[in-house]
Design a protein around this ligand. Structure first.
Ligand code: S3P
Length: 747
């Protein structure tokens, strides 16, 4: 028999399955299990004669009965699929029977009430009882609507208790998995809280709104004018009233908590409308819009991807491409982050153009929205920030999730150390491995109270209300993030704060602070700031990111016949290591139309093919090209002779260990690349086709896309979703200049 997931057929491990209640959910479970081959026999039990008549002909069960005792006799698994409030009566009958080792599970949508009923009837929840809830349904109901694939790609939440036997949980989990569901575990209380907020409350609101409008407009004429918005919002008011009545009775406490929070927020909105408080209205609407968009993305991903493949986002880059034309790459990531931070802390309205709409800078934007800053956009790179002043941030409602972005976490830690509220900063798997001691330690010396996770890694827990004191900090590593963190903390510390760097690093923070009218003294390697001044809103034009342009600089340099112009690229002297190094290797790069825009130098960069040669990379260029090494390694692989990089151990603590990951990838393509503790030695030569791992590092993924221009076969690049952190639209732009890179089709 076929397994409905399309996986290998299951071997029967269950003798008899009894499904009590043959509605849509019970019927679909029974039908799917019957088709899966996981059980030898499926018995259905339902009091409704019509359902009983249909169940066998529809292939839902092997046998059907109205008698519960008969149904559960000799059953190995008993599935209770009756309405939540009907559960107690069924349980009471079961408790009186000798059920042997039978595992009992259910599909009730409120778990606390079911567990309570079980406890009352059995004395204690038995170890073989596994509470469950499939998050699936359909507008149709009844056994006639039962579908074996109803649960495919849907979540099923199991809420085992402390005493629940692991084997019982395993069995129930296996059943749901065989039906193609994505099984998760959580506590009873969490389940009821989450469902109250995401399902029960919206149903209550929909019922209520339709009733309010209908009862005040007797002939329902008003609905003739109701457009799509009303239809979308109230669709669920057509759901089964009896079932929903039971849900609210059963999940009373959790629903009340959600409803109270909502009523309070609605009250605030009412007041904002009443007092014409435009800022509050815009704040709520912009935050909600971005949350809804985030949610749509999650839903879209789920809709077209197999559950097991949600992580798979691979590129295929093929040889034979060209690199010609004139393009503008997205906005500078470092400047985009800082524009949100300083714009939020400024007095007045800051307008940003050219903002990078990548996941990293959006994480910063979201963090400030969470702290009460009203930010409009981004829309085509335009962002409007309604600054709240240096002391206007508010405590966020929860922890600040910063995704993949080390810059957000490190810069924010300095700024948040000086606030009077507590914050927790978290990130994705890659960010959670990155060192934060480098910011926590100096901030503690300034008086901040910060806890890190193990070995100085995220999450960061920052206590508010600390008295920060200025200090002179000699930075042990060349890091613009650490420097910026300390300078931002200096805005809140008493007296002056200075940072001295061992080598020049990007100075966007210093430049932008000055752009906002905040005095910063830069004297050689030392930048000094004094608290007590204010930031004044301004306009910011974010240039194209030289770090993103770098992929195309190398692409054009290694591709015979290439001639490419990169428009409006930021050429801040602390960022141009890539240009200097490529030129030293023989690259043909011309800076055109040099100008200054909003305190940052900008140029169009024309790059033409030129044979490259290997070099010893000058160590003073390392901090100036720190993000460009992955793609420079590709240039080195295409160069004649040997390229040596030293003094670059910082590369080992970026989004991935960029020395090791690039060495592994280049070696997989047949390139001689030998990692050293602080760098790499690469001998130029032929690049073959093959498969490489990007380890979720955006710059590694894009670098191997470039390498394909000189490869002898396709390069499959794994795990590329994070390209969206810094370079949304990379594939389209690369194709537009003639590169042969595409998303692997997972279908
Ligand atoms: C950045 C500084 C650099 C860089 C990162 C962005 C910044 O990090 O690698 O992509 O915006 O300040 P380090 O300070 O860790 O070198």
């Amino acid at each position: 028999m076929a397994d409905v997931t399309g996986l290998s057929p299951a071997t029967p491990t269950i003798g008899r399955l009894a499904v009590i209640g043959l509605g849509l959910i019970g019927g679909s479970f029974a039908k799917g299990m019957r088709q899966s081959g996981l059980c030898r026999e499926v018995i259905g039990c339902d009091l409704d004669p019509v359902s009983r008549r249909q169940a066998v002909p529809l292939g839902v069960v092997d046998k059907v009965t109205a008698n519960l005792v008969e149904a559960v006799q000799g059953a190995d698994l008993i599935m209770l699929a009756v309405p939540v409030l009907g559960m107690r009566a069924v349980l009471a009958q079961l408790a009186a029977l000798e059920l042997g080792d039978a595992v009992i599970t259910d599909v009730g949508s409120t778990k606390g009430a079911v567990a309570l009923a079980v406890e009352e009837v059995f004395g204690a929840v038995p170890a073989n009882f596994v509470p469950g809830h499939p998050i699936a349904g359909s507008e149709k109901s009844g056994v006639e609507a039962a579908r074996a694939d109803l649960f495919r790609h849907h979540k099923v939440i199991l809420t085992p208790l402390e005493q629940t036997a692991a084997e019982a949980v395993g069995l129930v989990q296996r059943c749901w998995q065989v039906l193609g569901a994505d099984v998760e575990s959580m506590s009873l209380a969490d389940h009821d809280e989450v469902l109250a907020a995401t399902s029960h409350l919206p149903h209550l609101l929909a019922f209520s709104l339709v009733d309010t409008l209908a009862s005040r407009n007797e002939n329902l004429e008003i609905f003739r004018y109701a457009a799509g918005g009303f239809r979308d919002f109230t669709r669920i008011a057509a759901s089964d009233p009896v079932m929903w009545r039971d849900v609210f009775l059963a999940n009373r406490d959790a629903v009340l908590r959600s409803l109270d929070a909502f009523t309070q927020d609605l009250g605030r909105l009412r007041e904002a409308v009443d007092t014409r408080d435009a800022n509050t209205l815009l704040g709520v609407f912009t935050r909600a819009k971005s949350a809804r968009e985030h949610f749509s993305t999650i839903l879209a991903r789920r809709a077209y991807m197999e559950p097991m493949q949600t992580q798979e986002f691979n590129f295929i880059a093929s040889p034979g491409g060209k690199v010609n034309g004139s393009i503008r790459v997205p906005g500078d990531k470092s400047i985009s982050h800082r524009s949100i931070m300083l714009g939020s802390l400024a007095e007045g309205v800051t307008e940003v153009e050219g903002f990078l709409e990548g996941e990293d800078s959006l994480a910063t934007l979201q963090a400030f929205r969470d702290m009460g800053v009203v930010i409009e956009g981004p829309h085509h790179g335009r962002v409007t920030i309604n600054g709240v002043g240096l002391h206007g941030l508010q405590a966020p409602p929860g922890s600040l999730y910063l995704g993949n972005s080390g810059t957000s976490m490190r810069l924010l830690s300095g700024l948040l150390a000086g606030q009077d509220f507590d914050t927790v900063l978290t990130g994705d798997a890659s960010l959670s491995k990155r060192p934060m001691g480098r910011v926590a330690k100096p901030l503690r010396e300034m008086g901040a109270q910060i806890d890190t996770g193990e070995e100085g890694r995220p999450p960061l827990r920052i206590k508010g209300g600390s008295r920060m004191m200025g200090m002179d900090y000699q930075m042990p590593m060349a890091s613009a993030q650490v420097k910026s963190c300390i300078l931002l903390a200096g805005l809140y510390a008493s007296g002056t704060t200075s940072v001295t760097e061992p080598a020049p690093t990007r100075d966007h923070t210093e430049r932008m602070l000055k752009g906002f009218g905040y005095p910063v003294k830069v004297d050689g390697a030392t930048a000094t700031i004094e608290s007590g001044h204010t930031l004044k809103a301004c306009r910011i034009d974010v240039p194209a990111d030289i770090s993103s342009a770098a992929f195309f600089m190398v692409a054009a340099s290694i591709c015979e016949g290439a001639d490419l112009t990169l428009e409006h690229v930021g050429i801040n002297p602390t960022r141009i290591g890539i240009i200097n190094i490529l030129r030293a290797m023989g690259g043909n790069l011309e800076l055109l139309n040099e100008r200054e825009v909003g305190g940052e130098p900008v140029a169009d960069i024309r790059v033409r093919y030129a044979p490259l040669k290997g070099i010893d990379i000058p160590v003073d260029q390392v901090p100036l090209a720190i993000d460009e090494f992955p793609v420079l390694f590709v240039a080195a692989a295409c160069a004649e002779g040997r390229t040596i990089l030293r003094d670059a151990e910082e590369l080992r603590v970026k989004e991935s260990d960029r020395i090791q990951v690039m060495a592994d990838g280049l070696q997989a393509l047949g390139v001689k690349a030998e990692p050293t503790p602080d760098g790499i030695i690469i001998d130029g030569g032929a690049i073959g086709g093959g498969s490489v791992e990007s380890h979720g590092d955006h710059r590694i993924a894009m670098s191997f896309s470039v390498a394909a221009l000189r490869a002898t076969g396709d390069i499959h690049i794994k795990d590329c979703a994070n390209v969206a952190t810094s370079f949304p639209g990379f594939i389209d732009l690369a194709q537009s200049v003639g590169m042969q890179v595409r998303l692997e089709d997972n279908a």
